[in-house]
Every structure is written in C-alpha cells, then in structure tokens.
Design a protein around this ligand. Structure first.
Ligand SMILES: CC(C)(COP(=O)(O)OP(=O)(O)OC[C@H]1O[C@@H](n2cnc3c(N)ncnc32)[C@H](O)[C@@H]1OP(=O)(O)O)[C@@H](O)C(=O)NCCC(=O)NCCS
Length: 179
C-alpha cells in the first residue's frame, strides 16, 4: 500500500495527489459517469483538475481521498468531503468510482464504510448529506444500504435529453450508520 490513510478489506484510501489529475480528469469527463453524478456538461481540462486538487490540498474544509484497490494497487475512484457547518458537525459527500470495471464488486461499499466509520467514530461528525439524480437508482440503493435516508427532492432541477428530473437529497445521521 502506498501512503494509506484508511484501510478496508478490499480497498484503501490515500490523499489525492497532483499526479492523480489525469486519471480523475478522465473519470470526470466520462459520459456515463458525468450523467449519473451531478458533474454537469462542462468539459474538465487538465489545468482545471490540477488547480482543483491544489485548492482541496490547501483547504481546511475539504477532504479529498483516492480509493485504491488493495489487490491490484489500482486507483478506482474518489471520495470527497466538505464541511458544511463546523458547529453542527455536518458534512457534504461526493463519491465516484470512475473505473467501471470496479463497479458491482462491493469495493465502493468497502470504501465508503471505512470513511463513514472514521468520520463518525474518530471525527465526531454528526450528519452527512449528499444529492443524486432520481434516475440514479443504483446510487440511491447503494447509499441506503449504509443507512442513508431519502430526505427530500428538488423538483425538475436537472435537464437530461429533453426531460427534467428531480434531484434526491439523502442524509445519514451518526446513529443511523449501518456498519
Ligand atoms: C454509486 C457507486 C459509487 C456504487 O458503486 P458500485 O461499485 O456499483 O457499488 P458496490 O458494488 O460497492 O455496492 C453494492 C451495493 O450497491 C447497490 N447497487 C450496486 N449496483 C446496483 C444496481 N445496478 N442496482 C441497484 N443497486 C445497486 C446495492 O445496494 C448493492 O448491494 P447488494 O449487492 O448487496 O445489493 C458507483 O456506481 C459510481 O461511482 N457511480 C457513478 C457516480 C455516482 O453515481 N456517484 C454517486 C452519486 S453522486
């Protein structure tokens, strides 16, 4: 393992480095990924990706972790966390497993479970919030499996292929986390 910060059964997480920019850029621009993950339609350049990593690196409010498969040492995605409110201990989560060959193998569950365990147990975080599209039922099921609940919808907030879709807001409290 190279510079592990959190270690799971099948994956480990390490800080995102500038050298990861080309890979993350590829995931951000992937047509399938950006349609499912609230990434918008603006192409991401290498320079933008690099400066994004730099901003995260210098921020006190952001945690940017690369998910690496332990058996292959291959990076497969990232988890990104932002502090919404320090006093209320609320955080915002984004997650992408950009390597589509790694989907459906429980690697993402393993990665998110160890991040949540760390946040709730060691960092005393109280709640996590995230958003996804109503069309992304895979992600909704994925997050619900760890205890996230659907808390609301933002009506017709996303336009895809001539149709508007709702955004689903999901939340997880410390006491609801299903380890
Ligand atoms: C959402 C995402 C992280 C899930 O990763 P994954 O590799 O498919 O999920 P895992 O194999 O680790 O987890 C399996 C669980 O997820 C859910 N799941 C996975 N694939 C599913 C599918 N096709 N349909 C329904 N649920 C599914 C199930 O709860 C499953 O548990 P089960 O096998 O016991 O039923 C991944 O698909 C991804 O990064 N997608 C693109 C970006 C995105 O949508 N990000 C999240 C929203 S911002």
């Amino acid at each position: 393992m190279n510079n592990p910060f959190l270690v799971g059964k099948q994956v480990y997480l390490r800080p995102v480095e500038i050298s990861d920019a080309p890979l993350i850029q590829k995931w951000h621009n992937d047509p399938d990924i950006r349609r499912s993950a609230r990434l918008g339609e603006i192409p991401v350049t290498y320079t933008k990706e690099e400066s994004d990593i730099n901003v995260a690196k210098d921020s006190q409010d952001e945690i940017y972790l690369l998910v690496v498969q332990r058996s292959t040492e291959k990076p497969i995605g990232f988890i990104r966390l932002n502090i919404i409110d320090r006093t209320s201990r609320n955080m915002w989560l984004r997650m992408i497993i950009g390597d589509k060959n790694a989907h459906g193998k429980n690697l993402a569950q393993d990665a998110l479970a160890i991040v949540l365990e760390w946040l709730f147990s060691e960092q005393n975080v109280h709640r996590i919030t995230l958003e996804t599209y109503e069309t992304n039922q895979r992600a909704i099921r994925f997050f619900e499996k760890l205890g996230f609940q659907q808390e609301g919808l933002i009506r017709e907030a996303i336009y895809v292929d001539g149709k508007y879709y709702n955004i689903i807001s999901l939340g997880l409290l410390k006491k609801e986390f299903k380890k």
